[in-house]
Design a protein around this ligand. Sequence first.
Ligand SMILES: C[S@@+](CC[C@H](N)C(=O)[O-])C[C@H]1O[C@@H](n2cnc3c(N)ncnc32)[C@H](O)[C@@H]1O
Length: 285
Amino acid sequence: MLSYQHAYHAGGPADVHKHAALCLLLERLAEKDKPFAVIDLYAGHGVYDLGSTEAQKTQEFSSGIARLWPLRNKAAPAAVKKLLAALAPPNPDGTLKSYPGSPALARAALRESDRLILNELHPAAQADLKTWARRDSRISVHMRDGLEALVGLVPPPIRRGLVVIDPSYEVKSEYADVPAALRKAIRKWREGIYFVWYPILADNRHGELVAGLEKGIPCPVLCCELMFTPGKAVKDAPGLRGTGLIVVNPPWQFDTAMNEAGAWMAKTMTANGQHTTRWLKPAGA
Ligand SMILES: C[S@@+](CC[C@H](N)C(=O)[O-])C[C@H]1O[C@@H](n2cnc3c(N)ncnc32)[C@H](O)[C@@H]1O
C-alpha cells in the first residue's frame, strides 16, 4: 500500500516522545568504547523540512517539537535535553526549520567503528535516504519489507546494538505480525535492544501488539505510553489518542529516565495528558 508519508507527522508529539527515548538508547550505546550497530527498519526520509507543504498542512510539529524548542536552554530531563541538542546543528540560527528523523539521530551518535543499517520500502523515501547517506561508509541502505528484514538482518556483524521498529501500521495485521517477527528475531539475537513504536488509537487496536509482546519474549520488556489530552486527539491526526513504545532489553535505569522525561513531556506538550512506564516483563522474571 505505502501511502503513509512521515513528512505530515514529523516533529509531532509522537515523534518527540519516540525520538527522546531513542536519543537515550543511543547515548547508552555510545557510553562504552565497544562499537555498536543500529538497524532502523522503517527509516523514512532521514530528515524533514518543517516548512514543507506536508508539515505545514498538518502543523503537527506545532503541538510537539515547537513547544519544546523555546525551552532548549532551560533545565529538562536528560532524554529531552539529548533530543534538543540533536536539533541544534541542523537549526544553527535558532529558527526551527529542520527536524531529524530516526536515521539522522542515529547517525549523529555514530563513531568511526559503529554502523547504521537503514531499511525503507517506499521508493521516494528510499531514494532520499540513499542521497542523504551517500559517501558515509558507516551507513548501508536496504529496500526490503521491514519485518522480513527484521528477521533477515539480525544479528548484525557487530553484535551489540539496537533495532528500531517503527512501522506505519497501514496494514492492520501489523499489530500481530510485529510480535511474531520480533520473537523470531530474538531467537537469532537475544542480546539486541529492540525498540518498537505504536500509535494509540481510539479503538485500542494496539492492545493486540502489546499482548503479543507480553508473552513468548524471553527478555525484559518495558512499555512507555504518553496519552494526549484525555478524550481528545492530537491536532489533525484523527483518532490519535497517544503514543507508545516497547523496549526489549532496555539498558539499566532506562525506565527511570523515561518516567522522568515522560512526565515532563506530558506537562509540556499536552493538556492534562499522562505518561506511564510499566514492565511487561521485568528483568529477572
Ligand atoms: C513512521 S515512518 C518512519 C519514521 C522514522 N522511523 C523516523 O522516526 O524518523 C514509517 C516508514 O515505514 C515505511 N514503510 C511502510 N511499510 C513498510 C514496509 N513494509 N517495510 C519497510 N518500510 C515500510 C514508510 O514508507 C515510512 O517511511
